[in-house]
Design a protein around this ligand. Structure first.
Ligand SMILES: [Zn+2]
Ligand SMILES: [Zn+2]
Ligand SMILES: [Zn+2]
Length: 395
C-alpha cells in the first residue's frame, strides 16, 4: 500500500528496442568511416596529379615510371591495415551500481531484496532524485542494483550509507559502490609453461609479478589471469587477462605491445579478441560451436541430461522413481532426500556433473585447440559406431 506513493518507474526498453537502437548505432558508425578501398575522390585525384607534376619538374630527366614510383613512396596510398582486433567491450552499461559486500550482508540483502529496493527508493526520493532502483542481483563478492537511469554520486553515496547501516555492517563489509566500466582483453606471450623450478606457471605467479611492476600500476584486473599451454606440444604459455578500462581503451593502450621481465624471460603483452573462451551451452551442457537447432531443444539437466532443470531433477528423473519390474526392484528415494544416484558427465564421462569445474572440458575452456581435437575425436567415434551398426545389419 505504501508502495503506491512511489513515483512510477519508466518502462525498461524491450530486448527488440535495444537491438534496433544498437543496429542504428552500428549503421551510423559504418557510415561515418571512410572505406580504405574506396576510389579516390575528385579532390584526392587533383592533389595526386599536382604532386606528380612537381616531382616531374624537380627531376625532368627521370622516366615517368620512376616518377610514379617516387610518388607512391612519398605519398603512400592508405592501404588495408587488416582486421582490427576488437579487444575492448562496448559499454559501459552504467544504469547499474555494483556494491562490494561481504557474503553475510549479500545474503541478508538478497533474503529481502524487495524490501531493500523499497527502502533505497524512499531514500532516493527523499534526496529529490528521479533515479530509482529496479532490482538487485547477487554477483561474486558484491550485489548489483539495476537502476532506471545512470546513478550520480549523491545517489551512490545514499545507497552506500544505507547498506552500511544494515546490521551495523563494518566498513569492510560494504564498500563504496562503483559503476560498471568497459573491459579490455589482453594476453601475455613468451613465457615458458614449465618454470625453472619445474612447476607449472599459475595465474598467481603472474599476479605477483604484476604487483611489483610500475607498468601495471594504473591497471585493475577483473579476475585472476588464466594460464594455458600455447598448444598441446608447446612448452610456452599464453596468459589471458582482462582489465577494467574506459570505453576508448586508454588503460589497454598503456600495456599493448609493451614487454616486461618475467624472471629471466621477456614477456610481451598483446591485444586479444574478446571472449577467447570456448562456450559451454547452458541448455545442453555441450561445449563448442554446434548448430543452433541442436541447442534450441530446451534446458537439459547437468546431472542426467534429461530435459528438465537441475532443481527439478529429484522430482522428475527416472532414477528416484519406484520400479518393481526391475530385478532387483528399484525403490523410491525417500521424500525430501536429494537424489543419491551417480551419473557420468556427458562430456568426459567422469564422475561429476556436466558443469563441474573438475571436468577436463572446463579446465581447458580457454584452449580452443584442445576442444576442437575433442570434437574431432567425438565425430570419429560417432562415424565408427554408425559404420559398425550398418555393417551388422543382415540383408
Ligand atoms: Zn536430471
Ligand atoms: Zn536419483
Ligand atoms: Zn566432465
Amino acid at each position: 500500500m505504501i508502495r503506491k506513493t512511489l513515483p512510477p518507474i519508466p518502462p525498461h526498453p524491450s530486448k527488440e528496442q535495444m537491438e534496433n537502437s544498437k543496429k542504428r548505432q552500428e549503421a551510423c558508425l559504418t557510415k561515418g568511416k571512410s572505406s580504405t578501398n574506396s576510389p579516390m575522390s575528385y579532390a584526392q585525384a587533383t592533389n595526386a596529379a599536382a604532386s606528380i607534376l612537381k616531382i616531374k619538374e624537380a627531376f625532368p630527366a627521370l622516366p615517368n615510371k620512376k616518377i610514379l614510383e617516387i610518388h607512391d613512396v612519398v605519398f603512400p596510398k592508405p592501404g588495408n591495415k587488416g582486421r582490427r582486433i576488437q579487444h575492448t567491450t562496448r559499454g559501459p552499461f552504467r544504469k547499474q551500481a555494483i556494491i562490494p559486500t561481504s557474503d553475510n550482508i549479500k545474503d541478508i540483502i538478497m533474503g529481502e531484496a524487495n524490501a531493500y529496493i523499497f527502502q533505497i527508493n524512499m531514500l532516493l526520493k527523499s534526496i529529490k532524485s528521479m533515479t530509482r532502483a529496479e532490482f538487485i542481483h547477487p554477483c561474486s563478492g558484491s550485489v548489483s542494483i539495476n537502476m532506471n537511469s545512470v546513478p550520480n554520486t549523491s545517489n551512490l553515496n545514499t545507497i552506500e550509507r544505507y547498506l552500511k547501516s544494515i546490521n551495523s555492517a563494518g566498513n569492510d563489509e560494504v564498500l563504496a559502490p562503483w559503476l560498471p566500466q568497459s573491459k579490455s582483453y589482453l594476453k601475455i606471450t613468451s613465457i615458458p609453461y614449465i618454470q625453472p623450478n619445474g612447476k607449472k606457471l599459475t595465474g598467481d605467479d603472474i599476479t605477483t609479478t604484476m604487483k611489483n611492476l610500475e607498468l601495471f600500476e594504473p591497471v585493475n584486473l577483473t579476475a585472476k589471469p588464466r594460464v594455458i599451454k600455447a598448444s598441446p606440444k608447446s612448452d610456452m604459455a599464453i596468459i589471458w587477462f582482462d582489465i577494467w578500462d574506459s570505453q576508448n581503451d586508454s588503460k589497454a593502450k598503456l600495456l599493448i605491445n609493451h614487454s616486461f621481465n618475467f624472471g629471466k624471460y621477456i614477456a610481451t603483452i598483446r591485444a586479444t579478441n574478446m571472449n577467447p573462451r570456448v562456450p559451454q551451452y547452458h541448455n545442453c551442457w555441450k561445449w563448442g560451436y554446434s548448430t543452433f537447432s541442436y541447442h534450441a531443444h530446451g534446458s537439459r539437466c547437468q546431472k542426467c541430461n534429461d530435459p528438465h532443470k537441475l532443481e527439478h531433477h529429484r522430482d522428475l528423473a527416472w532414477c528416484c522413481k519406484v520400479n518393481f519390474k526391475l530385478n532387483p526392484p528399484r525403490l523410491e528415494t525417500a521424500k525430501g532426500e536429494p537424489c543419491p544416484h551417480n551419473f557420468k558427465c556427458i562430456n568426459c564421462k567422469g564422475e561429476h556433473m556436466a558443469d563441474d569445474n573438475k571436468c577436463p572440458f572446463w579446465k581447458h575452456r580457454f584452449n580452443r585447440e584442445w576442444h576442437s581435437k575433442k570434437a574431432q575425436e567425438a565425430r570419429e567415434t560417432r562415424a565408427n559406431s554408425t559404420h559398425l551398426a550398418i555393417g551388422s545389419i543382415k540383408i
